[in-house]
Design a protein around this ligand. Structure first.
Ligand code: UD1
Ligand code: UDP
Length: 376
């Protein structure tokens, strides 16, 4: 029996790890415990409710407007007694957040093998995204088993000298989550949720999300100005669930509150958000996870960043990197709005990031890797 301890704390980690928690819980080889840092509070709780995961440990560390120093020190300190109590055989972390880095560090400090899920994503620029590129590099160094979503991510790890036998290409567990919800909505197995505002069927729905630290200030302001211009077209409607980070809220409220055709709302729970993406005509986002979900739902994405660690969908033509400059965003979105053939060529359902079965693969591989000492 492998004693597996999950450590996660933010919305995207929860969405991508709850399917893995479920897969390991159903597998006879594992005893599973879940520790949430609650680096996010409300956003995390929304996801735990959707997937019905009840944590064994809740460190409840979030404070409003937390700095990286504050969250890093609080999370690291709070993890020590959890690891001592659980004595896991393996610690599982996901992605590139502060919780990811601290969880991997905590496992390493106790000489417990760390498994890193969604390993090997890289932009090659330590400040983009900030601090995530460094978090995932450090988590990769601390981990001894690496679950890469794609062959490209696995190659990045090999180039950095990670031992080939410790790398497993599984697909992204976020695709397990999004396909589960999207298919459930299609079949009627999941009830269609209420959206923040009734949608106007005669208009093209543009869904916007943004939260990256490197865009705070000027980049976010120019993004908002671009959205204002796109909203002034007669054929568009914008829905923008606003991230609770105060640096996002202040700018978005200042520039977009009360603008006609723009609905600003609280972050949506996962099921309504997936439903909103299904109904969307175009996604404008700097999110990592949405860059993976959009292509599998056949939705074109304009990525509000200069660099991406997820180049596969850009190469496939369903995603374009447009940055945060007002003119470029308006130009790219307008081109799509005015050119039906171009739009159709981008709106191809495409799954470079997974087939929906990644979590089962991880469950099948992990216990063997730990037992064989390959994760040690
Ligand atoms: C974090 C991650 C980022 C990830 C993003 C997903 C780090 C450094 N950043 O960024 O990689 O893409 O989550 O959303 O780990 N807040 C709330 N309620 C919540 C969540 C956040 O009020 O449920 C507010 C709080 O004021 C909090 C602030 O947002 O202090 C920032 O949260 P934090 O986790 O530090 O950073 P994010 O910008 O959310
Ligand atoms: N998401 C959600 N509600 C929202 C916005 C996003 O459930 O209002 C989901 C989205 O489908 C994706 C994840 O949150 O699975 C992405 O989280 P975020 O963009 O905050 O983080 P990132 O992926 O950039 O780390």
């Amino acid at each position: 029996m492998t004693n597996a301890l999950f450590i996660f704390g933010t919305r995207p980690e929860a969405i991508k790890l709850c399917p893995v928690v479920d897969a390991l819980r159903k597998h006879p080889d594992y005893r599973v415990s879940v520790c949430v840092t609650a680096q996010h509070r409300a956003l995390l709780d929304q996801v735990l409710a959707v997937f019905q995961v009840r944590p064994d440990h809740d460190l409840n560390v979030m404070t409003p407007g937390q700095t990286l120093f504050q969250s890093t020190s609080r999370i690291t300190a709070a993890l020590e007694p959890v690891i001592e109590r659980e004595q896991p055989d393996v610690v599982l972390v996901q992605g590139d957040t502060t919780t990811t880095f601290c969880g991997a560090l905590a496992g390493f400090y106790k000489r417990i093998p760390v498994a890193h899920i969604e390993a090997g994503l890289r932009t090659g620029d330590r400040y983009q995204p900030f601090p995530e590129e460094m978090n995932r590099l450090l988590a990769g160094r601390l981990a001894s088993i690496h679950f890469a979503a794609t062959p490209w991510a696995a190659d990045n790890l090999r180039r950095e000298g990670v031992e080939d036998g410790s790398i497993h290409v599984t697909g992204n567990t976020g695709i397990d989550a999004v396909l589960h919800v999207a298919r459930g909505l299609e079949r009627g197995a999941i009830e269609t949720p209420e959206l923040p505002k009734p949608l106007d069927a005669s208009k093209k729905l543009i869904v916007v999300t943004t939260h990256r630290r490197e865009s705070f200030g000027g980049g976010l302001e120019s993004t908002c100005r671009a959205i204002r211009r796109l909203a002034s077209r007669p054929d568009t409607q914008i829905v923008f669930p606003v991230h609770p980070n105060p640096n996002v809220r202040a700018t978005v409220d200042g520039l977009l509150r009360g603008v006609a055709n723009v609905t600003l709302c609280e972050p949506l729970s996962y099921v309504p958000f997936v439903d909103l993406m299904r109904r969307a005509w175009l996604l404008l986002t700097d999110s990592g996870g949405i860059q993976e979900e959009g292509p599998s739902l056949g939705k074109p994405i304009l990525v509000l960043r200069e660099k991406t660690e997820r180049p596969e969908a850009v190469e496939a033509g369903t995603v374009r990197l447009v940055g945060t400059g007002e003119e470029r965003i308006v130009a790219h979105a307008s081109e799509l709005l005015d050119d039906a053939a171009l739009y159709e060529s981008m709106a191809q359902a495409h799954n470079p990031y997974g087939d929906g079965a990644a979590s089962g693969r991880i469950a099948a591989i992990l216990a063997g890797a730990v037992a064989g000492g390959r994760a040690g």
